[in-house]
Design a protein around this ligand. Structure first.
Ligand SMILES: N[C@@H](CCC(=O)N[C@@H](CS)C(=O)NCC(=O)O)C(=O)O
Length: 339
């Protein structure tokens, strides 16, 4: 199998079909190998990626910055092995490096990239190199990933696992061990919510944006806006998805919503309405954004640069739209505290 990127994953009706994550080990005190330890694990993310952003957010909210290392890739995908195949994917960079898009358009230099330290995979230039260093090459090189420096492998590369793990496994080391984003009494409700929010909203925007047929696009965008209407109604009398407290389900959802009016409405053709046309969702986004720590992990320059500059088949000249400034809106007062 050739190296894949999200743009290659489709079924015979032109639908985008996401490949399952391949590394699914679990850090816990009871695990024979993967024990919670400070300085042992290293997280690789992009500030642009909604899945990776969830994990960066939980790391921040739990106060795990001194416990789990962090590298942040450049948002503009690069050709990883131009002499071997056409794959384009995530590349490590320093803040002074300037990258063009995979077809050579534009010049993009970003604050907030963090190179990979030598004690992870020495000499790795791309996320692809990190996957290949495991000896178990999945041919799809996604972020987030959590690297174990002791056994020199990827422990887990699935955001929905990693956020649960970071919420509980490192509590003896975390600055905020008492913040529980996954209380047992909310788990059934979270699972119910995720069962429609993941396919139709989180993955729904990608199903619309990476559709390779009119049929697949319309199917996805219709389901997406039906779910946004359902969400608007749900948020009329619930401050957060599961009631008065922020949970992992909110972090999962918010990372998609915060990208909506800046990226998905234009780039993924999710334009039946804007998010700001849904008053409850809009106020909810302000509320989540203003939860202490969340704003620190939202980097809209990385988000916009990534999407608009990484896929030459969708945006040949890598021109990045200027508007609409959704993050400024998120700083405004909201009406959710009374709920
Ligand atoms: N199931 C994964 C999905 C991660 C994922 O698809 N990440 C995207 C970035 S938004 C990626 O790295 N794509 C690389 C590629 O498509 O080659 C998770 O939730 O952690």
């Amino acid at each position: 199998m050739a190296a894949l990127s999200a743009l290659d994953e489709k079924d015979d009706k032109g639908r985008f079909v996401r490949t399952e994550a391949t590394f699914r080990d679990w850090i816990s005190k009871d695990h024979p190998v993967f024990k919670p330890e400070a300085g042992r694990y290293h997280l690789v993310i992009s500030w642009a990626c909604p899945w990776a952003n969830r994990v960066a957010c939980v790391r921040k909210l739990k106060g795990l910055e001194d416990v789990i290392g962090l590298s942040v890739v450049h948002p503009t995908w690069q050709r990883t092995k131009p002499d071997v195949d056409a794959h384009a994917g995530w590349a490590f960079a320093t803040e002074d490096q300037v990258f063009a898009s995979p077809n050579g358009s534009g010049k993009f230099q970003l604050k907030g990239v963090i190179p990979l330290p030598d004690d992870v995979v020495p000499g790795a230039k791309f996320v692809r190199d990190v996957y290949e260093a495991t000896g178990n090459d999945p041919k799809k090189y996604t972020v987030p990933l959590l690297w174990d420096k002791l056994t020199k492998t990827i422990v887990n590369n699935e955001s929905s696992d990693l956020i649960v793990m970071l919420n509980s496994a490192f509590n003896d080391l975390a600055k905020n061990p008492d913040l529980d984003l996954d209380p047992p009494e909310t788990r059934d409700a979270q699972a119910d919510l995720n069962s429609w929010i993941y396919p139709t909203i989180n993955n729904g925007v990608y199903r619309a944006g990476f559709a390779k047929s009119q049929f697949a696009y319309e199917e996805a965008v219709t389901e997406l806006f039906a779910s946004l209407a359902k969400l608007e109604a749900h948020l009329a009398d619930n401050r957060f998805l599961c009631g008065p407290k922020l949970t992992l389900a909110d972090i999962r959802l918010f990372m998609t919503l915060v990208r909506f009016d800046e990226v998905y409405i234009v780039y993924f053709k999710c334009n039946i309405k804007a998010l700001t046309d849904f008053p409850n969702i809009n106020n909810y986004c302000r509320d989540v954004y203003q939860f202490p720590g969340v704003a620190d992990v939202i980097k809209m320059d990385h988000i916009k640069t990534h999407y608009f500059t990484s896929h030459p088949t969708l945006n040949h000249y890598a021109v990045v739209p200027v508007g609409p400034g959704f993050v400024e809106d998120l700083k405004l007062p909201h009406n959710r505290a009374a709920l």
